[in-house]
Design a binder for this molecule. Structure first.
Ligand SMILES: C[S@@+](CC[C@H](N)C(=O)[O-])C[C@H]1O[C@@H](n2cnc3c(N)ncnc32)[C@H](O)[C@@H]1O
Length: 188
């Protein structure tokens, strides 16, 4: 219910009609290399579908911080995952939030951010921040809905992603998600 409420009242930042499925969560967490990561960041956790999968997968000693802009989502996540560092803030400030939490070179960055509702300047600012915080062997993973990715906005995002992360791959489409989606996973 909270996701639907925020999708209506905070549409400018939520950017989806439903949370991602557990199937998509498994793929993105796998592609992001969470299992072997020591420092993990999550952007835009929403109601915590990816967060839950990260917590299930990560090593016990791994340092994990999630950054969510929406105050209602952040507060719900803190109740749901009391042992996890949930930071309420904007992804444009990722480098400073990461440094405050002593993550200088992340091994894994998982994003649930709604790229298609961001303008190209905002997309670039956030992607460059991710690039700065990602370690040399780190992996950044994000998702896109299958279909809209062929539209001009989806194509220009793909092009920008590839210009910043020359090593960018795509996963098979996850059909058990509403709408079907796939994962981009990138290295520096
Ligand atoms: C499409 S929802 C995805 C939620 C969840 N990861 C999932 O896949 O179900 C996008 C999330 O990104 C958050 N968000 C949007 N803009 C943000 C920003 N600039 N910084 C941090 N979080 C942001 C929204 O509040 C929302 O929780």
């Amino acid at each position: 219910m909270l996701f639907l409420k925020e999708a209506v009242f905070a549409h400018q930042t939520t950017g989806a009609i439903a949370p991602s499925s557990r199937h998509l969560a498994r793929v993105i967490v796998d592609k992001a290399g969470v299992k072997s990561a020591r420092r993990i960041l999550e952007l835009g956790p929403g109601t915590g579908v990816f967060t839950e999968q990260i917590l299930r997968t990560k090593a016990d000693h791994a340092h994990f911080v999630a950054l969510e802009r929406n105050e209602n989502f952040a507060s719900r996540l803190r109740h749901r995952f009391p042992q996890t560092a949930i930071v309420q803030g904007c992804a444009t400030e990722l480098p400073s939030h990461a440094a405050t939490h002593e993550i200088h070179e992340a091994d894994s960055i998982v994003s649930g951010l709604p790229w298609t509702i961001f303008d190209p300047t905002l997309q670039r600012t956030i992607l460059e921040g991710i690039h700065n915080v990602l370690g040399g062997d780190g992996v950044f993973a994000t998702f896109a809905y299958f279909g809209p990715h062929w539209l001009p906005g989806g194509q220009s995002f793909r092009k920008m992603l590839r210009s910043i992360f020359p090593e960018t791959h795509t996963s098979p489409v996850v059909v058990r998600n509403l709408p079907p989606a796939f994962v981009y996973y990138c290295r520096k």
